[in-house]
Design a protein around this ligand. Structure first.
Ligand code: ZN
Length: 272
């Protein structure tokens, strides 16, 4: 189990893992600190699709990628449709979705690569970012796992895609589960509870029902148990349990802000 840390660099603060950085894996989850956007997007909004001024978003993206010496042409972004498709990307895809929404990789929520110098990027305001790293075959993955993606086991699909494409051994893979909406704040209705219980009937401690019959679902813990069930070594899974809805100083939250908010970015790339 590796511990995450909050790193300050070039006026920005981001969450990272020193153990991965030392192996040449650039990994970060941004906070809202250190950008140029205003109002509800204050300040490091990285989402082009949320109504913010796109020139400001591109400046934020440039700043953020620069923490690793990268630029817009080094990143690739996907559409994020809350689905279960995984895309293998290579240097041909560099820059896709960096400047224009219309250029993202369509109909896809996860990306994998084994090529250095490509930054897999996705955007968040409560969903769970799942980072994957295979140190044996030098391959990485990034999986956008909101509640719909979690129901469709997107993180396991990403793992299996790495196994198929790069001969990744499931037991070799390291996982980092980034910040998302926590069990303190992710309240759900009885109809969704029924689906969660049907899908994850062998899981433990993922649902809490309070004395007032408020139902909450632990998305991060669900992803953790999904990955362990798929064969990932539990000792190789680490997580940041900060709740995006609880920490307004650090994070945008779709739930807390009633949809009118910015996006954090999750990024992973191999230096070599
Ligand atoms: Zn919370």
């Amino acid at each position: 189990m590796e511990l995450w840390e909050m790193i300050n660099r070039q006026g920005m603060q981001f969450i990272s893992l020193d153990t991965w950085l030392r192996e040449g894996i650039d990994i970060a989850f941004s906070t809202r600190i250190g950008g140029v956007s205003k109002g509800v997007y204050n300040s490091l909004n990285l989402g082009l699709h949320v109504g913010d001024n796109s020139d400001l978003v591109l400046e934020n993206r440039r700043r953020w990628l620069s923490i690793f010496g990268a630029g817009l042409d080094d990143m690739v972004a996907c559409e994020q449709v809350h689905g279960s498709e995984v895309k293998r990307v290579n240097r041909m895809h560099r820059g896709k979705g960096a400047r224009k929404l219309s250029e993202v990789i369509l109909n896809c929520d996860a990306m994998i690569t084994n090529e250095p110098g490509i930054y897999l990027v996705s955007f968040y305001a409560d969903c769970i970012p799942v980072y994957l790293y295979d140190p044996v075959n030098r391959a990485i993955g990034m999986s956008h796992s909101g509640w719909k993606g979690t129901m469709q086991k997107i993180s396991v699909n990403t793992l299996l895609a790495m196994q198929q494409e790069y001969n990744t051994g499931i037991e070799d893979v390291y996982i980092f589960l980034g910040p998302g909406i926590g069990p303190c704040c992710f309240q759900i209705q009885p109809d969704l509870l029924a689906k969660v219980e049907a899908e994850f009937n062998s899981f433990h401690d993922i649902i809490n029902i309070s004395e007032n019959n408020l139902i909450t679902w632990d998305l991060l813990e669900t992803s953790r148990q999904l990955l362990v069930q798929a064969g990932v070594n539990p000792l190789k899974i680490s997580a940041c349990n900060l709740c995006t809805a609880c920490h307004e100083d650090y994070f945008y939250s779709y739930r807390r802000d009633s949809g009118n908010t910015g996006r954090m970015g999750a990024l992973i790339g191999m230096k070599y």
